[in-house]
Write a protein that binds this ligand. Structure first.
Ligand SMILES: *Cc1c(COP(=O)(O)O)cnc(C)c1O
Length: 389
């Protein structure tokens, strides 16, 4: 049976070249980067090199890159570090309704500590409203955090404009760019952000490795306390092989960016066109403009996304439903709810994300099976339905 992975926004396989770079750092080059003998210095040099590679991908200075254990830690550090540092100045945070749970649950935790959080709406295309953002600012606002690219519907937010507004009001601006990294050109200087979260395993690097960009001159409190690693700002012996792998993945992503975008968007559009043409009552969620090149989010009316997922799985096809990160919960996706998709439609939603290893044959295999699966499920649903479908 064919195996087709269409869930690249959940995670990606580690590329061969990345793995090859990493392996020596598990075995012969295992030194602690903080040790002063050659074996330590060799590791330290590897971390330095990786820092340059990650910095180059987002046009940061290497000294502005702080390695973490992934996107979740970076988001947590950004929001908790900013709030702790600025708590004498205010207690108000502005974010959006469509952030990743790494941000939303951190904000919910802060609300319990007495912070106030404004969650911005999105319009029917999936974008925030800059006017609503500016209106939400008070003299107590200490942080604005808006994600660059949404993980469910792929919409790319106007971060440059958001950052300009934040700057005008002297407020710290953070963006979760985990889904943006390697999927669109990112230039932190041009965007004008203070803090940016990125992750390795969404760009063909290893899991458990990521970084927080902290613009030079920006001060937030430390999140992990201990040794003097990462310029005394993020303690803990470095995830050496993970960092080396992230660096290599970032280098490849930079060199391959144009091809990657072209490859993914062509296959994604082909997938969309075939689904829309060949399966009736299907709808794309979120605009196709300003969207992650590999992302497609589709509602199949009258049926459950979970049933589609399970049947596709029987054909060796991996996709995700409504809310990828809560695929075990029955809560309808907070992103699709914010988009205004009715609850029964949210339940019929599937997210497909294509990546570097996806082929046209993969897409044909998926659509051919999908057609049969959707027809079969709709037949059952119309026979059993008591909802008047
Ligand atoms: C995957 C993801 C994260 C979490 O990153 P991890 O490295 O898995 O912790 C955060 N934000 C977004 C938008 C993501 O897609």
């Amino acid at each position: 049976m064919r195996n087709v992975y269409l869930d690249y926004s959940a995670t990606t396989p580690v590329k061969e070249e990345v793995l090859k770079e990493m392996i020596p750092y598990f075995t012969e080059k295992f030194g602690n980067p903080s040790s002063l003998y050659d074996k330590g210095l060799e590791s330290k040099d590897a971390v330095t090199h990786a820092r340059e590679q990650v910095a180059a991908l987002i046009n940061a200075k290497p000294a502005e890159i702080y390695f973490t254990a992934g996107g979740t830690e970076s988001d947590n550090w950004a929001v908790f570090g900013a709030c702790e540092k600025l708590k004498s100045k205010g207690n108000h945070i502005i974010t959006t309704k469509i952030e990743h749970h790494a941000m939303l649950h951190s904000c919910a935790f802060l609300e319990k500590q007495g912070y106030e959080v404004t969650y911005l709406d999105i319009d029917k295309d999936g974008f925030i409203d800059l006017k609503q953002l500016e209106d939400a600012i008070t003299d107590k606002t200490i942080l604005i955090s808006v994600m660059l690219v949404n993980n469910e519907i792929g919409t790319i937010q106007p971060i440059k404009e958001v950052a300009a507004i934040a700057k005008k009001h002297g407020i710290l601006i953070h963006t979760d760019a985990v889904q943006g990294l390697g999927n669109l050109p990112i230039d932190v200087k041009d965007l004008g952000v203070d803090l940016m979260s990125v992750s390795s395993h969404k760009i063909y690097g290893p899991k458990g490795s990521g970084a927080l960009y902290i613009r030079k001159g920006v001060s937030i409190s430390n999140y992990l306390h201990g040794g003097a690693q990462e310029n005394r700002r993020r303690a803990g012996t470095e995830n050496l092989a993970g960092i080396v792998g992230f660096g290599k993945a970032a280098e490849i992503a930079k060199n391959n960016l144009e091809n990657h975008i072209k490859h993914c968007s062509e296959l994604r559009n082909y997938l969309k066109d075939r689904i829309i043409a060949e399966i009736p009552d299907t709808y794309v969620n979120g605009t196709m403009e300003k969207r992650h090149p590999g992302n497609l989010n589709i509602t199949f009316k009258y049926i459950e996304g979970e049933s589609i997922l399970l049947l596709l799985n029987q054909f060796g096809i991996s996709v995700s439903t409504g809310s990828a990160c809560s695929s075990t919960s029955l809560e309808p996706s907070h992103v699709l709810s914010a988009l205004g998709v009715p609850v029964e439609m949210i339940h019929g939603t599937v997210r497909f994300t294509v990546g570097d290893f996806t082929t046209k044959e993969d897409i044909d295999y998926v659509v051919d099976n999908l057609k049969t699966i959707v027809a079969k499920l709709r037949e059952i649903s119309s026979v059993n339905s008591t909802k008047g479908w």
